[in-house]
Design a protein around this ligand. Sequence first.
Ligand SMILES: [Zn+2]
Length: 489
Amino acid sequence: MTDFPSPSDRPRTASSAAFRLFRPVLFAVAIIGVTVGTVIVMHHHPVPEVATAAPVAPPAIALPDPEPAPPITSDDFKGFDLKPADQQAADGADQPVSDRYELTLRLERGDTVEKVLADINVAEAARKQIGDKLKSLLKKRRLPVGEAIDLQLQTLPDQTDVPRVLVLSIRPQPQREYIVARRDDGSYDAQEKTYKVSPRIVRVDAIRRGSLQQSGAKAGAPTPAILEFIRALSYDVDFQRELKEGQHFTLLLEQQVTSDGHVADPGRLLAGELQLAKRTVTVIRFRPQSGADGFYDPKGESVVRSFLRTPMDASHITSGFGMRMHPILGFSAMHTGVDFGAPIGTPIFAAGAGKVVMAGPNAGYGIYVKLQHTSQIGTGYGHMSRLGPGIRPGVSVRQGQVIGFVGSTGLSTGPHLHYEFYRNGHPVNPLTQKFAMRAALAGKDLARFRVLSRQYLHELKSAPPIAQALAPAAAKAKEPAAAQFARDE
Ligand SMILES: [Zn+2]
């Protein structure tokens, strides 16, 4: 920077009339050069060269002579002067526009509240007092990274760059707020404020675009509630074939809200409804007298089935149950199971809890596993490439445990699972067995459930939408304080 002549020096080093004419252009070039901060560039374009070789026509309009321009210093190019308009006004006027403002800062890694206050220039004595008061409030509790510190500050006329903290408040939980406030005598007072929490029923209406989870989240539902909904549906809904874009679903949530409108709990799923092409699936949370709460259909049957709908993920039926022309044997025969096409190695799950009664090669079935679930019910799995870990006759399996992997062993034309369902020793169609295997509510539980179910079904249509319920909280945004911060810095 030092070996570059400042504009005011330049007339002494150049004498031609052409230079005088181009001086405004040079001045602009100089500014660009300095702004970019490359002195080297200027060395490659010495002043006289630029002046004589420039092919541009002289400017038609006479540019103002930059002669009175002060020497350029690096300070001129540091960026925009962010001196607040308020303060500029205050400098010249007798009355400042406003001496109080709000500011929200967030704790960063390794931060303390005192450090944050030091960053904005709060006087050391005040910092220490506030820090001590806050410590006594928080006791041993630690504030997490990202915690918001709400400040009400005051600018003093004699010390404009040292703000006075009027109120500092931190609200680590919606129902609890820690406040340190300045008294008139300059000392600070600590206070813990608690807010009463009460439930509020809201509904989330969503249209499926992409996944159920994303669509629900976009509509404002908390993720745990959506996942619970999906899990409750999964026993009954075939997500691959029944789910379509644009389908409508509704969640009924119970939120916990503080007396001043803060959401303490974003919502527990009470009920949910999914409208499929041909039917509407509704799940309702209920806790029977003896047992944990779970989801039930409106008739009071548990959504949880004793058996999985299909013993595999991502499978499609390649051959149904019943009479058919056998692809290898070449004659019409009873197909005693359902075939699911899937790539070799796809895990096969135990459809229900039970005991392994057969595991290994079994003629045309290839590698085969048979499970006995109850004295009447059994399931069979054929054409496996191999058995699951630890699967041998006599061992017990849990529902969903991997009992083998898809293959094409035995009389098989390609990789698939041949899945059989036995009732009292006779093969029946596995796909029509689901209804009989769900726990149903009875007696007092059922009576209680009916009342609740009627209420929830009504509220699924009539409860206030979550967007509306959230509106007051959203209105109390922190943006104004943040903007103020940018301006005052
Ligand atoms: Zn088959």
